[in-house]
Design a protein around this ligand. Structure first.
Ligand code: F6R
Length: 367
């Protein structure tokens, strides 16, 4: 049932190309636009008029929401807030008609996310569920549903479901941009072509990646603390990489907006600290590079995730994990993969059960 892989988590990491292909396939048939007008989806008139979006989610799904924020704001120019569901539901949020609330939940059963969605509905907002499970409670608590099509995920750590959530957020952002008239057809065509390249890029990246990462895991695996940094679209990747490592290896991690480092976390750095920097090509890359220099000036070690072909990064990091080049806004869906595998390899080096980490459950049906 593990299809020749040693764990479900590793199997599921390797299923990511197919899972994303499945999630985008029939939604990207048109060359200059995304189609989301499918059974169970929201009325498109509603998307056309939406003025404000709030995403509610927990854990890894929250990170997918953060990536959605950057893309929706950049492409569709609709303001987006992203909130941890367990906080949002107790905050007496300002919400009402005309607002779109998106609940992202792989299982469709997370108690806090469901409660936040119900609260939003009571206040008159429209609720969209992004979930991987047909017939789950989230599908019943929403006005519309967009399914990720990752297939069953058994490993407790979310991997392929996360990539599919990110893919759905890209699709939704592009559809919103078209409906709201904020992106011209040539640009949409470019992005859709790149979206369709993602499955192949994932497969290419996975080829030989475990062998490349193993020595990195062996070198840094004994560390007791890892700092992850990123900016803009790289920040959710840093947060997700840090969450993966802490949940399956039990190593303390922190993830920070790179620009905040000097406001506190830099005090944690010493000669023993590995710092994972998400440094894929983007308009803020030079800022990330200066943060990497600050890290190295304290004697700490930089493990960078960078875009293939960027030779400069090698001068500022001890280890560079490369991902294929796509439009810079699409890089996160690839950049997270080496970080999944790094967490995986470190946990395995420590002899841990990655499929069922201690204290964690796959579905959190209590608050
Ligand atoms: C982390 C992880 C959790 C879930 C969170 C939300 O690897 O799996 O953080 O992402 O419990 O779960 P769903 O998406 O089912 O609402």
């Amino acid at each position: 049932e593990k299809g020749g892989f040693e764990t479900f988590m590793l199997k599921e990491i390797h299923e990511q190309a197919d899972a994303v292909a499945e999630t985008i396939a029939d939604r990207t048939v048109r060359e200059d636009g995304v189609d989301l007008d499918e059974p169970g989806a929201l009325d498109e008139e509603l998307l056309k008029g939406v003025k404000r979006i709030v995403v509610v989610a927990c854990g890894t799904s929250y990170h997918a929401g953060l990536i959605g924020r950057y893309t929706i704001e950049e492409w569709a120019r609709v303001p987006v807030e992203v909130e941890v569901a367990s906080e949002y539901r107790y905050r007496n949020p300002v919400l009402g008609q005309g607002d779109l609330v998106i609940g992202i939940t792989q299982s469709g059963e997370t108690a806090d996310t469901l409660a936040a969605m119900r609260l939003a509905r009571e206040r008159g907002a429209t609720v969209l569920a992004v979930t991987n499970v047909m017939g789950s409670q989230a599908t019943r608590d929403a006005d519309g549903v967009l399914f990720t099509r990752a297939g069953l995920e058994i490993g407790v750590a979310a991997t392929k479901t996360f990539l599919c959530q990110v893919a759905v957020m890209y699709l939704l952002a592009l559809r919103l941009a078209e409906l709201q008239g904020t992106m011209d057809a040539p640009r949409r065509r470019e992005l859709i072509a790149d979206l369709k390249r993602i499955p192949h890029a994932i497969a290419e990246l996975l080829e030989g990646e475990e062998e490349r990462i193993q020595p990195v895991a062996e070198r840094f695996g004994p560390s007791s603390f890892f700092l992850y940094i990123g900016r803009h679209i790289g920040l959710p990747v840093a947060l997700e990489g840090a969450l993966k490592l802490k949940e399956i290896s039990y190593i303390a991690t922190d993830a920070y907006a790179a620009g905040e480092m000097k406001h506190g976390p830099i005090a944690l750095l010493d000669e023993a600290t590995p710092v994972v920097a998400v440094a894929t090509d983007s308009p803020v890359l030079d800022k990330v590079v200066s943060n990497m220099q600050e890290v190295r000036a304290r004697g700490a070690h930089v493990i960078a995730v960078a875009t293939e072909g960027n030779t400069e990064i090698g001068e500022h990091a001890e280890v560079v994990l490369r991902v294929p080049k796509l439009d810079w806004m699409l890089q996160p869906i690839l950049a997270v993969i080496p970080l999944q595998l790094l967490a995986y390899a470190i946990a395995r080096t420590r002899g841990l059960n990655v499929d069922q980490p201690r204290n964690l459950a796959k579905t959190v049906t209590v608050e």
